[in-house]
Design a protein around this ligand. Structure first.
Ligand code: NAI
Ligand code: MG
Length: 352
């Protein structure tokens, strides 16, 4: 089986963690008998500074035919905040209708978590974040800007169709995992959106009679997630709440070096995209200190998405095995360089 994979290395440690991931991918190919046909895409802060290009129609056409996208990270101190996020990442999610942002929050054995006494058995949940709507649509306006009377309105757009596809995905996931589906919102205050989300969950739940349903306000969830993560199995939430609680989740599971994510297209209109949740980390770029585990686990999610389940499980198991031996999640104390870690994981995959 041949899979067409676009690779966007990006900036800073992006290329470093992607190189390690590709090493692991190569091992998985020879071991599990599929072929990944890679297409390198030049994009990110450096590309933008050199060419002025962000998300272009030509790039969109080129990527549309791919089966998936592996993404490193984008960002550079020389590019103003927001340019790449709005000009590239949000455009990609919207163009390819990557409706679900999927982030597992799993504490792996041997990983240092800031939550005292937390054990891996108690922390294994998945956050399903709506990825194309909400406050991220860029709708709003300001009157009397720059005066003492300035008023800024920032709208949140929630459509029944957009909410339903994400909620349905979350229910299917909860059914497969044999767990509860928790809606996270702030429906007591954000009443319009809250009613739409809750009624969608209520309606869809009829089709999933075996899945228990729960509701938690987003502020309460910020208390429960670090203290009693065992309360959650699948959490579904809107774009902004999801952005915030997934970073909290990353902290609980031991940090940016570990956390993985998928941006999933559900209707076949474009490829899905897989990335570690960390950024380009310019402060450590070029030193071999970047922890590639988050990127490798994202690659495993990509393999699962492509139907290579056995390869995905082998890559995850290998990454988790190595992770347990790392003294710290990142940095000079890690013991092995980014490239060495890639090779170690790759050889474990091969001896699988
Ligand atoms: P960051 O995630 O790049 O770094 C935060 C801190 O964590 C830094 O001290 C960094 O050294 C460390 N760190 C991150 N990933 C690591 C890894 N794999 N191994 C070891 N240490 C790691 O976030 P920051 O500093 O806020 O942003 C840096 C740049 O990345 C900015 O330009 C930002 O816009 C961009 N960014 C891009 C993202 C993306 O491409 N999806 C996501 C987040 C930030
Ligand atoms: Mg974020």
């Amino acid at each position: 089986k041949v899979h067409r994979l676009a690779v966007i290395r990006g900036d800073g440690i992006g290329p470093e963690v992607i190189d390690a991931s590709l090493e692991v991918l190569a091992a998985a190919q020879s071991e599990f008998g599929f072929r990944a046909e890679l297409t390198e895409i030049s994009a990110g802060a450096r590309h933008y500074l050199a060419t002025g290009e962000l998300w272009t129609p030509a790039l969109q056409d080129q990527l549309r035919g791919q089966d998936a996208i592996l993404f490193g990270a984008m960002g550079d101190p020389a590019v103003a905040p927001g340019i790449l996020e709005r000009g590239f990442i949000l455009e990609m999610r919207r163009s390819f209708q990557q409706a679900v942002n999927l982030r597992p929050v799993k504490l792996y054995p041997g990983v240092t978590t800031p939550i005292a006494g937390l054990t891996p058995e108690r922390c294994d949940l998945v956050i399903v974040r709506e990825n194309t709507e909400g406050s991220y649509v860029g709708r709003g306006s300001t009157v009397h800007a720059g005066t003492p009377h300035a008023v800024a309105v920032q709208e949140s757009v929630n459509t029944r169709m957009g909410v339903e596809r994400v909620v349905e995905f979350a229910f299917r996931l909860a059914e497969r995992r044999g767990g509860t589906l928790t809606l996270c919102h702030k429906k007591n205050i954000l009443v319009e959106a809250g009613i739409l989300w809750q009624s969608t969950v209520d309606d869809v739940s009829v089709r999933f009679p075996t899945v228990p349903v729960d509701y938690v306000h987003v502020d309460a969830l910020c208390f429960y997630l670090p203290t009693t993560p065992e309360r959650f199995n699948v959490v579904v939430t809107d774009n902004l709440f999801g952005d915030i609680i997934t970073d909290l989740g990353a902290a609980v599971q031991g940090g940016l070096g570990v956390a993985a994510s998928a941006n999933l297209n559900l209707d076949g209109s474009g490829p899905s995209m897989f990335e570690a949740i960390h950024g380009s980390a310019p402060d450590i770029a070029g030193r071999g200190w970047a922890n590639p585990i988050g990127a490798v686990l994202s690659t495993a999610m990509c393999l699962a998405h492509l139907g290579e389940g056995a390869a995905a499980r082998a890559v995850e198991a290998a990454a988790v095995h190595i992770l347990a031996q790392l003294p710290a999640t990142a940095g000079p104390g890690m013991g092995l360089s980014t490239a060495q870690l890639g090779r170690e994981i790759a050889s474990l995959v091969q001896s699988n």
